[in-house]
Each structure stands twice: as C-alpha cells, then as structure tokens.
Design a protein around this ligand. Structure first.
Ligand SMILES: N[C@@H](CCC(=O)N[C@@H](CS)C(=O)NCC(=O)O)C(=O)O
Length: 251
C-alpha cells in the first residue's frame, strides 16, 4: 500500500514471521485493525528507536533512558501529518479522529481502569518471564547487544535474575495468581460471550491490551509458555484469544 495516505506505525523488528511481538505496539495495531484504518509498518531496530523517532519529531515518552519508545505513529491521512508516541496517547488520538467503532465502551476512564489492573496483575508478572527470553527473537548483533545492555537500567534487575531455574516456579505462581484475580474481576463486568471488557456488540480497549499481552507472551515468551497459560481459569484466556484473532493482522 502507498504510505502517502496511510498511517505509519513504527514497530520493533524481530526474526519472527510476521515480526510483530511488542506488547505496547500490539495495543496500537489492534486499534488500527479494529477501526479498519489503512496503515503500513516501519520496522525499526531496537538501537535505532531514538534516532528514528527524533528524526520524525515524535515526543519522548520517558524521563529516564531510553527516552524514546514504540509504538509511535505518523498519520498522513490528515491535512498535515500528525506524529504521536505512547500507546495511550495514540489510542486517544485514534478514537478522537476516527470515532467509529469506539474502543471505549463503558467510557474511557473505565477502560483505562481495567488497563491498569491488567498491567498490575498480568503484564508485570509476565515481564519477569518474557523479558529474559526476548533476545531469542531479536536479530543477533547490535539488536541483541543493545537489548541486553539496557534492560537492567529499565527493570532494575539482571536478566539472569528475572527468570531462572531457582525462581521459575515462583514467577509462574505470581502470574497464575494475577490471572486468577483478573478472572474474578472479569466476572463482575457485564460483557458478552466474545470479549471480557467490552459489550455483547464488541471489544473495549482493555480487551486489546490483554490480547496484546497474550501475543507478547506467545511470541516472545518461553517455549510452551503460552500452552501452559491458555488453559488456565477453565480455558477462558484461550477462548478470548480466539476472538482477538479477528484483529491480529500485521500490515
Ligand atoms: N508508555 C509507553 C511504553 C512503551 C514501551 O515501553 N515500549 C518498549 C517496547 S514494548 C520500547 O519501545 N522500549 C524501548 C527500549 O527498550 O529501548 C507506551 O505505552 O507506549
């Protein structure tokens, strides 16, 4: 597709086919697919994120290194191109600019409160398991070198200490506990059969955030990790993931 009248989505390159794995970028990709917006992906090497985003004029998303993160988008469908970084800011922008279908059923604040719960109960315990494994799907050389050299500064813990034979059982216990608690929260939300945080008619943004965490776990996590997770809580997560497949194209 010509990128002239499309949205450019910056994503992190990998050795996978298709390449997409980053949980934050998947949030944006789900929204673009759901709203059926034309987009093209520009694959960026981890060590080049700062240079690429500085060049396009995207704002930094952090106050400590790394200052620049993905996702970022350039929307060339508007009168003058709009450049945005940070998954929440992008979701808000896409919702304001292309309101239908809406990603905020039950309201934005409600969706973002579910997103916070997903972060605390699922994404954080998952990070300990996935982050040390991710180097396996990054191109050897400068991508892996940058990744390995910068993780401690971000997570405050050595990659070797995140997930190893000594703490593996405990890490899984934390993730299982988080999923169990999330499952209890989901029971209290009125939703249809397909989605957990949306309505009978369609998904909410929190559904995409949870699905993004699951794709991350499946694509960048340890071998058999997804096999183990998907059957937990009576297979709820696998059924949910099947619904999300509809919006999982990588363009
Ligand atoms: N608050 C940001 C966080 C995004 C984020 O942390 N992205 C990671 C990839 S999943 C990244 O680009 N990291 C850059 C790096 O580690 O150098 C958002 O929601 O978009």
């Amino acid at each position: 597709m010509s990128s002239e009248k499309a949205i450019k989505l910056f994503d992190i390159r990998s050795t996978l086919t298709p390449q997409a794995w980053s949980p934050h970028v998947w949030r944006t990709r789900f929204v673009l697919n759901f709203k059926r917006l034309p987009y093209v992906t520009e694959w960026v090497a981890y060590p080049d994120i700062t240079e690429v985003l500085t060049e396009v004029g995207a704002p930094p998303t952090r106050t400590t290194e790394p200052l620049y993160t993905l996702p970022a988008i350039v929307d060339a469908m508007t009168d003058s191109p709009v450049i945005i970084s940070d998954s929440t800011a992008i979701a808000d922008y896409l919702e304001d600019t292309y309101p239908e279908p809406s990603i905020y059923p039950h309201g934005r604040e409600t969706q973002l409160s579910y997103v916070a719960k997903i972060g605390q109960l699922v994404a954080i315990p998952m990070a300990f398991i996935v982050v040390p494994n991710t180097m396996k799907i990054l191109p050897q050389g400068r991508d892996v070198e940058y990744y390995v050299g910068s993780r401690k500064g971000i997570f405050g813990i050595d990659l070797d200490d995140m997930y190893n034979s000594k703490n593996e059982a405990e890490r899984w216990q934390q993730l299982e506990g988080g999923l169990e608690e999330l499952s209890t929260i989901v029971e209290t939300i009125e939703h249809g059969d397909r989605w957990l945080f949306g309505t009978a008619e369609g998904p909410g943004y929190a559904d995409f955030v949870l699905a993004a965490a699951f794709v991350w776990f499946r694509n960048a996590g340890p071998e058999d990790g997804w096999e183990r997770l998907r059957t937990m809580n009576g297979g709820r997560w696998e059924r949910f993931f099947k619904s999300a497949l509809e919006y999982m194209q990588v363009l």
